[in-house]
Design a protein around this ligand. Structure first.
Ligand code: 8X3
Length: 829
């Protein structure tokens, strides 16, 4: 036994990995799901081209027709032709590609990257994918040529004005990002989304189709809008309802055939059951828990075939909409708790295999670790404001503790009256160490949703979606993705009069003057604000263009069928305006901690204490601190965000306020609430690669701080001080504020035992009282991360919390691994 094994307190995850290394594996009665898991665990994902192939085939046939009809017909063509699979041991069916981990293509979105991607994807550092030679040929010869000149990305690049283009893409090559104001609309056609799954369970697609058929009968045959808008919309709804049902029934037929040939009586019975279920749902209302789970899964998977929704599709409040089926089955003796858990875990292993494939270089770099975020929301409040936890809520938490797969991304809603048992089990699950669940605070989100126009009932019923966002089914509408803004670039442009070292020679921002001539902090601050505002201006220009382009390129008949407002108005979810809807979009602040700490150091050392001159500072930065370690140490010892230090936090609050003021003034012109969000995915790594040394002591080209978390290693006063800094820097008088992603890393020792759980519960209560939006935890020893980096094969199962998702540590690039290692590990709470 080495020192590491005998002296250190390990999280349950670390203990499990050690046992695995010794060959001891406890399946805890989960033979079926482990058998499925072992078919794909640790394998490289593949690209499956069928969706793109059939989508393209259909689009070739429907030119000139209304877009929503073309989309529905393409989905029907896919449903008729895509290969259907039933995996060994599985109880749920519905894949969009071949067995194992896989990703699919959306050439209508980013097909102009295909030539590049075919060569780069198998070899890239961030999340590589395999592709067969034959599939590569089909992509290059049959798929990509049709989309030439038609993709959303190409048309976006053409529409962006010159000035904005140079902070967006390399002006000579729009496939290369500048990582300054990075549009993200070319790697997803909408932000994250949640369907009204309850509608599928209660009405079935037959019910939705009937509704559309009845509406078709009532149209005025002489009305131009009825003919040109409502008719194609409703016809598309009918087609898409048929398509998903047809796809389900093809599974029913396959299961029937497989059952006939099956010699194992147990599996034969299962296949017969699968066949019956797929014959019934999602066409008809679900009658049992198994049917409800299968209907939801078909809907989820068909949505992915429909389009690339940012961070995929949320699963909504599963513990609420599945509960009536679970309860009834339990009461009528049709199901046991263990069987319900097995069905859910069959969904988790199916979910883990569908990878959100980003083919552009920046999409890939922003979403490392084969990221996808099918959030499952638990807890929170009922639509009349009571605590909503039920027995299914606890089953989800138990599943996560006992079967800690990276999917689903479990999100626990917390409110001021969350019961002690719930918080206790949430804390116990967090202690497991795989990063689940992430926490979202009703005390912050609900008042904000009200301020943004929701009714109380709708606000209480929100679901977590994406990394850390919230969505209200039937009230929110689709929002086109937003810009990720590198605010460290604004800082760098302040230091170099509108230029950046990385793009030497180019005037990228306004000329705010040589900072060596600035006499006061105010002069420097104002120059910084000018640069910050300039980046915001470009982000909003991008967004304006994106909002106008989107509905010409995308339609979502399935998503629209599941949205009351789309059905009422006969409008596709991608329409720029849907009456009664609330459009909640975001722009992203990246590098918050880096900028705050840098500005604090300049203010203190250069302008107040005058311990170093601006010339000396710039010279040290130019040299990347080589031979200037004394200056670097002085910078490192300045006030830092994340320590409840009023000096640094006041700067953070002022930066946030200025950005909020901008969005308050200009987002009306965009027609959406374009709110300020701090959710980096993994963009802080590529963004750091264009930023030279910064005055917080950070070396050139290294990662920026992530989300609203402190800079790596800057937080020295414990985790409560991080919460307080987060609180101090928020502007609670602005409804334009949105999610702030907050990562906290704790040592397993500080939450060990019963006492540790209690401490974590009271920490969560403090976070809730402070009305912070989100928090998530890594509970892991640094030694484990270092060992995994050195010997990846031994740590294939190690999960870490990255952004709003957990990923296998060994799937991350070395830069991101180092970033996670460098985050402060707190040993006390
Ligand atoms: C990030 C998800 O799609 O809003 O949490 O960017 S998305």
């Amino acid at each position: 036994m080495n020192a590491y094994e005998c002296c250190m307190v390990l999280s349950p995850q670390e203990q499990r990995i050690q046992e695995e290394q010794k060959g001891v594996v406890d399946f805890k009665g989960r033979d079926r799901v482990y058998k499925i898991l072992n078919t794909f665990k640790g394998t490289r994902p593949k690209i499956d081209i069928e969706r793109a192939k059939y989508f393209t085939e259909s689009f070739k046939q429907t030119e000139g027709e209304p877009l929503i009809l073309r989309w529905a017909k393409a989905l029907k063509h896919i449903a008729e032709n895509i290969t259907v699979y039933i995996d060994d041991h599985q109880l749920l069916v519905g894949r969009a590609g071949r067995p194992g981990r896989y990703g699919i293509l959306y050439p209508e979105l980013d097909g102009d990257f295909l030539d590049l991607a075919v060569k780069a994807l198998p070899n890239r550092v961030e999340s590589p994918f395999d592709l067969t030679e034959e599939d590569a040929r089909v992509i290059i010869e049959e798929i990509a040529p049709y989309w030439k000149g038609k993709t959303f990305h190409e048309n976006l690049a053409k529409a962006i004005p010159k000035d904005t283009l140079k902070v967006t893409y390399d002006p000579n090559d729009p496939t290369q990002s500048r990582y300054i104001v990075n549009e993200t609309a070319s790697f997803r056609s909408s932000l994250q989304w949640v369907h009204d799954y309850e509608k599928v369970l209660k009405k079935g697609f037959k019910g939705i189709k009937e509704e559309a058929l009845k509406r078709l009968e009532t149209l005025d045959p002489l009305s131009p809008t009825d003919n040109l808008e409502k008719k194609p919309f409703l016809e598309a709804i009918v087609i898409v309802c048929d398509a998903i049902v047809l796809w389900a029934k093809r599974h029913a037929r396959l299961a029937e055939e497989m059952a006939k040939k099956e010699i194992d009586p147990q599996r034969k019975k299962e296949l017969e059951e699968i066949s019956k279920i797929c014959d019934w749902v999602p066409e008809n209302p679900a009658r049992t828990f198994h049917e409800a789970v299968q209907a939801q899964w078909f809907t989820q998977m068909f949505s992915r075939i429909e389009q690339k929704t940012g961070t995929i599709i949320s699963n909504g409040r599963m513990d609420q909409y599945f509960y009536p089926y679970y309860k009834k089955d339990l009461e009528e003796g049709r199901i046991t708790e263990e069987r319900a858990m097995e069905l859910l875990e069959c969904m988790w292993v199916a979910m883990a295999q569908f990878i959100d494939l980003y083919i552009s270089p920046y999409g890939g770099a922003f979403n490392e670790g084969y990221a996808h975020w099918e959030a499952v929301t638990i807890g929170g409040q009922t639509s009349d404001g009571r605590d909503a936890t039920n027995e299914l809520t606890y089953l989800f938490l138990r599943s996560k503790r006992e079967f800690p797969l990276n999917y689903p991304d479990l999100a626990a809603r917390i409110h001021a009256r969350s019961p002690e048992r719930y918080l206790y089990e949430v804390a116990e699950t967090i202690k497991e160490g795989s990063g689940f669940p992430k926490l979202i605070n009703d005390e912050e989100t609900i008042p904000l949703l009200l301020a943004k126009g929701a009714s109380l009932e709708e606000a209480y019923d929100y679901a977590v979606s994406g990394c850390t966002e919230v969505r209200m089914p039937n009230r929110d509408t689709f929002t086109s993705p937003c810009a990720y803004i590198n605010f460290a670039a604004a800082l760098e442009m302040t230091l170099y009069n509108g230029r950046m070292k990385k793009y030497e020679g180019e005037q990228l921002g306004p000329e705010t003057g040589d900072p060596c001539t600035f006499k006061t902090w105010d002069e420097f601050w104002n120059a910084y604000l000018t640069q910050q505002t300039n980046l915001l201006k470009h982000a909003f220009i991008q967004q304006y263009i994106i909002n106008n382009l989107r509905s010409k390129h995308f339609a979502a008949p399935l998503g629209s069928a599941l949205h009351d407002l789309c059905m009422a108005n006969c409008k596709d979810l991608h329409s720029p305006f849907i009456e009664g809807g609330i459009d909640l979009g975001y722009f992203e602040f990246i590098g918050y901690g880096t900028v705050i700490d840098s500005l604090a150091a300049i203010k203190k050392l250069v302008f107040e204490e005058k311990k170093i001159s601006m010339e000396e500072l710039l010279e040290a930065l130019q040299r990347n601190f080589e031979g200037r370690e004394t200056i670097r140490q002085m910078l490192l010892n300045c006030p830092k965000y994340g320590n409840n230090d009023p000096y640094a936090d006041a700067i953070g609050k002022a930066i946030d306020r200025e950005a909020l003021k901008f969005t308050r003034k200009y987002s009306k012109e965009l027609g959406v609430h374009l709110d300020l969000r701090y959710v980096p995915f993994t963009s802080h790594v590529p963004f750091g690669k264009v930023i030279s040394a910064t005055p917080n002591g950070r070396k050139a080209w290294t990662p920026l701080s992530d989300g609203s978390s402190p800079s790596q290693g800057a937080d020295m006063n414990g985790p409560t001080a991080i919460l307080l800094s987060n609180f101090n820097t928020k502007n609670y008088d602005f409804r334009e504020r949105a999610s702030r992603l907050l990562n906290i890393k704790l040592s397993p020792k500080c939450v060990a035992g019963e006492e540790g759980t209690r401490k974590l519960v009271s920490f969560i209560r403090t976070w809730c009282d402070l009305k912070l939006w989100h928090v998530q935890f890594n509970i892991i020893n640094k030694e484990t991360l270092l060992a995994a980096k050195k010997d990846p094969d031994k740590y294939r199962s190690l999960l870490v919390r990255v952004a709003g998702y957990s990923a296998y540590f060994v799937d991350l690039s070395p830069d991101l691994q180092d970033d996670i290692i460098a985050r402060t590990e707190h040993s006390e709470i």
